[in-house]
Design a protein around this ligand. Structure first.
Ligand code: AMP
Length: 218
């Protein structure tokens, strides 16, 4: 039985954190288009160079770019047991194309879980967010500081963690705007398909994870 989960929410809602916990529990891979695009930038590939300025400004990259990344990733053998989608789809066009890919591939329909967090809390979280480009883990200066072993494992101490370029306040406002205008309409899109759950994204991470897990019937 295949388990396909889509975590929907504004940037900083905790999708990545919950996706990592789901990966450990369900042993199926996370598919994060943001991570894939950041990896392309780190490699300095042609794609990475093409999307860098768009990402830094807080806007969405073109649908065709992310759709192609997802198409290739979903075809991999290790993605046949299921997948945890984090940050894709982000537009109605992407959602419609994903539906077609799922139908063509005979995949089990998505369980959609929206993580709801007020925008003021999002701003606070993104301001304190820190990122380790070595292990790709995300932390927060007060809410979720890196554990002591992180500095040993990665050779990066808490003060040397990076601030993502798109976590700067100007970019954050653009990202919230993109979310409101282009991604939030997916709430109605999926509600009308009857596979939609909402989880409150405030409070301790394990409690949110318990609520997320309760949405998944296996
Ligand atoms: P994220 O790490 O998910 O917040 O994504 C970081 C940035 O990558 C976004 O602000 C967009 O510029 C780009 N991006 C990631 N996923 C998508 C997507 N599904 N559609 C368009 N742009 C995306």
């Amino acid at each position: 039985m295949q388990t396909n989960i889509y975590l929907l929410g504004a940037p900083g809602a905790g999708k990545g954190t919950q996706a990592q916990l789901l990966v450990e529990r369900l042993q199926i891979p996370q598919l994060s288009t943001g991570d894939m695009l950041r990896a392309a930038r780190k490699e300095g590939s042609e794609l990475g160079q093409r999307v860098a300025a768009i990402m830094d400004s807080g806007q969405l990259v073109p649908d065709e770019v992310v759709i192609e990344l997802v198409r290739l990733r979903l075809a991999r053998p290790d993605h046949q047991k299921g997948v945890i989608l984090d940050g894709f789809p982000r537009t109605v066009k992407q959602a419609e194309t994903l539906d077609q890919m799922f139908q063509a591939g005979g995949r089990t329909p998505l369980t959609v879980i929206a993580i709801d967090v007020p925008y003021d809390e999002i701003r606070r979280r993104l301001q304190g967010r820190r990122w380790c480009s070595k292990c790709n883990r995300t932390f927060h200066v007060t809410d979720n500081p890196p554990p002591a072993e992180h500095a040993q494992d990665c050779g990066v101490d808490a003060n040397s963690l990076e601030i993502r370029t798109d976590d700067r306040p100007e970019a954050v406002e653009k990202r919230l705007q993109a979310y409101t205008q282009q991604t939030a309409p997916l709430i109605d899109y999926y509600k009308s398909r009857g596979v939609f759950h909402t989880v409150q994204g405030m409070g301790p991470i394990p409690e949110i994870f318990a609520a997320v897990s309760a949405c998944i019937t296996q």
